[in-house]
Write a protein that binds this ligand. Structure first.
Ligand code: MTE
Ligand code: MOS
Length: 707
């Protein structure tokens, strides 16, 4: 193993396991007002007025009228209000915040507020929803001709549900007015500078009028990409009005019902096959964005770019739309739109193979992309595509081909087995030209007189290990012991904007800036002096420029690759599927810390298995999320997958630090495809089209098919 890959004790290990870490809810409460949001109770209505009870001394009611700047939160578009406008658009939409010293009194006052609504008919159903936030089209080749010449045309629809990030720490932000009028906002977050931009706009102040600190954060998984900007604006406005620190921390129920989740999706595939090969795909991808657009544009872009899978399809046409419904706005969740479409395309390929009488693995292998091939957006796979080797690794690890053939034979008895495989990529870093045009990352190193070095960047430790891996890179280049290099939680007043902690970009993009900065510092190093060096993002010169209006060019500089296999056994009496083994080969380039990367792979894979199997969330007829606790929304525990085997396959990326590529999201993406293929096989070759596929779903199939 390379030196950089050798594992170290994570820098945040001791404070976290000992309970010494200070999360936003751990700051002392003295002098801090507790803020609680008044959430809308109906999915769509005009707000005629709010009857606020008489407020005792020191208690405040804060709403849109108190926003000194602009009542729109700066996300991708600006349709999300800080506090609601004249209407509410989903159950949970923040109408106002009650602030005061005693949380119990605040809660009573909040519950005593009477909102007068003029109810409007909500749009809840994704199928019925027509109002588009975003509508994209792209493709290449001659789709019509391919369909006209096809031997056979297949049409299917695939559906996926919500997935809740279920981070350990719920959403929470705090705002503190400072002497001189500056506002200090801190809390649980992924993207300090996103919050900075949003709060500046809400308060109507300049960049120095506010600064943002990421506190110790108990997981994000995408859920703290945009939401903290909204909550950050709400507490900042409240603190501005109350002239006191205000903290708002969600309880689990609020968090599950009202914060962003993975987009439910509906994908229609129409596929032309000629001489046993796929010649065209006509794909329609529809995402349920919820009531405001938040991150849906970028989530949808990633989803549709991945929609043809990792297969060479000469003619493609892709239509993607994110529609408005009167439900909680959906947002980022590890995988960012790709798990939905990879599930659909993997199932589609599997179903076509079955109809053609060939094995799904052989069929997929016959269509695999390779280095030099054209991507779905007419870019290029510049680097090796290691999928064939990874398939062999998986086959070796679990005897895939043999089991696949064996379980295909008719099974009888109470327990039936199946095994399935998926293959996919995760585009490393931002989609398209975001890194070059929008983020323009800057990272710095500051060396102090005593020879210690501080990393200055805006990315956040959210469990993925940055507080350790960033210093590890720098220490490696400077040949320093790891305890001489440190990375504090970023405060926008102290650190440059190296961009958000999203798209598995931080380690690959910012890590490389830090590596280069460390080389610079090494060359300029003078003992006993304070020194600072800076590096700025430069786009790799091999890239084919990406144009978002046409969806043309390299959507990603490189890709992380993976093959998953899942083997399971179904109890036909209860419908419960037991995962006997989950096998993953993952190529994320050079691991910057073996244990951290393996933790990422295992954790992400398990989240994917949850998404495929038990994580079901739905709303009732009024649009209210029904699964608002961990007894109603099940996530996998360590007991659910006793046999999880992750392997690393290393294809180095020359523009990432020591060959590292984006790692964090990849392992979640492929599980639903592999899982559902296995369920189909265990149930005797049925055709399944939706995830999650729960025990209840399995029982329904068993009853219907008399299995
Ligand atoms: N791992 C842990 N433990 N906790 C998290 O919140 N977030 C994931 C992934 N792994 C997450 C995680 C998501 S959504 C992203 S985008 C990447 O980490 C971020 O990786 P990066 O730091 O390389 O950008
Ligand atoms: Mo990750 S979903 O890009 O925060």
């Amino acid at each position: 193993m390379e030196k950089i890959s050798q594992s170290v004790v994570k820098k945040d290990h001791a404070p976290k396991v000992s309970g010494r870490s200070i999360y936003v809810s751990d700051y002392p409460s003295e002098g801090v007002l507790c803020g609680k949001l008044l959430h809308a109770k109906v999915a769509r209505a005009k707000v005629l007025g709010v009857e606020v009870p008489e407020l005792p001394e020191g208690y405040f009611y804060v709403d849109a009228k108190d926003v000194p700047g602009d009542n729109n939160v700066n996300i991708v578009l600006d349709d999300t209000p800080v506090y609601c406008r004249e209407t509410v658009e989903y159950i949970g939409e923040p109408i106002a915040m009650i602030c005061g010293p005693d949380p119990k009194v605040v809660e009573q006052l909040r519950d005593a507020c009477k909102v007068n609504y003029e109810e409007l008919e909500p749009v809840l159903d994704l199928r019925a929803a027509q109002e588009k936030f975003f509508d994209y089209n792209f493709g290449h080749g001659d789709v019509e001709k391919a369909f006209a010449e096809a031997d056979k045309v297949y049409e299917e629809e695939f559906e996926t549900g919500y997935q809740e990030q279920a981070y350990l720490e719920t959403q929470g932000m705090m705002a503190e007015p400072e002497e001189g009028g500056r506002m200090f906002v801190h809390g649980s977050a992924q993207c300090a500078y996103y919050i900075h931009g949003a709060v500046m706009r809400a308060l109507g102040c300049g960049p120095t009028g506010v600064h943002i600190l990421q506190d110790v954060t108990g997981g994000g998984f995408g859920g703290k990409e945009a939401f903290p900007s909204i909550l950050g604006c709400q507490v900042a406005v409240a603190a501005h009005k109350c002239k006191k620190p205000v903290r708002c921390v969600f309880d689990r129920r609020e968090d599950m019902e009202y914060t962003s989740k993975r987009h439910p999706s509906l994908c229609r595939y129409k596929v032309a096959v000629k001489d046993g090969k796929v010649t065209a795909m006509d794909i329609d991808v529809k995402f349920n964005a919820g009531a405001y657009s938040t991150l849906s544009a970028v989530v949808l872009q990633r989803g549709i770019i991945a929609a043809p899978g990792i297969y060479n399809v000469p003619n493609i046409r892709v239509h993607g739309w994110a529609v408005k419904t009167n439900t909680s706005p959906c947002g980022a969740y590890r995988g960012f739109g790709a798990p939905q479409t990879f599930f659909a395309v993997e199932m589609m390929m599997d179903h076509i193979a079955r109809d053609l009488g060939v094995d799904s693995l052989a069929f997929k292998e016959a269509h695999l992309v390779k280095q030099g091939d054209t991507t779905s957006t007419c870019g290029k796979y510049h680097f090796p595509v290691p999928i064939p080797a990874m398939i062999e690794e998986i086959d070796k690890a679990c005897d895939y081909r043999k089991k696949r053939a064996e379980y295909a034979k008719p099974q009888t008895g109470r327990y039936r087995r199946g095994i399935g495989m998926s293959m996919y990529f995760h585009g490393a870093g931002f989609t398209g030209s975001g890194e070059r045009d929008l983020i323009k990352a800057v990272a710095k190193l500051r060396k102090y007189k005593d020879g210690t070095v501080e990393v200055l960047a805006s990315n956040g430790e959210i469990g993925q290990g940055l507080r350790t891996t960033f210093p590890k890179i720098v220490a490696h280049e400077l040949n320093l012991p790891l305890d001489k290099v440190y990375y504090n939680h970023p405060d926008t007043a102290r650190v440059p904007d190296s961009g958000p902690t999203v798209a598995s970009r931080s380690l690959m993009v910012v890590g490389e800036l830090l590596r280069r900065a460390a080389i610079k510092l090494r060359e300029q190093w003078v003992d006993g002096e304070e020194q600072e060096v800076e590096e700025r993002f430069k786009e790799p010169d091999f890239l084919i420029p990406f144009y978002i209006d046409k969806f043309e060019g390299d959507a990603y500089p490189t890709y992380a690759w993976s093959v998953n296999a899942i083997e399971l056994e179904i109890d036909t009496y209860t419908g419960v599927a037991k995962v006997l083994g989950a096998y993953g080969s993952f190529d994320v380039g050079t691991p910057i810390d073996y244990n951290i990367v393996m933790g990422q792979m295992e954790g992400g894979f398990l989240q994917g298995i949850g998404y495929a199997s038990i994580e079901k969330m739905d709303y009732d007829a009024k649009g209210r999320i029904r699964n608002n606790s961990f007894s109603d929304y099940l996530i996998p525990t360590t007991k659910d997958v006793p046999n999880l085997k992750c392997m690393l396959h290393v294809e180095k990326y020359p523009n990432g630090p020591y060959g590292a590529k984006g790692a964090g999201e990849l392992p979640l993406v492929g599980a639903p495809g592999a899982y559902l293929e296995a369920v189909e096989q265990a149930l005797g070759g049925v055709t399944l089209n939706h995830a999650p596929f729960t025990a209840e779903d399995t029982l329904a199939v068993i009853t219907k098919e008399a299995i």
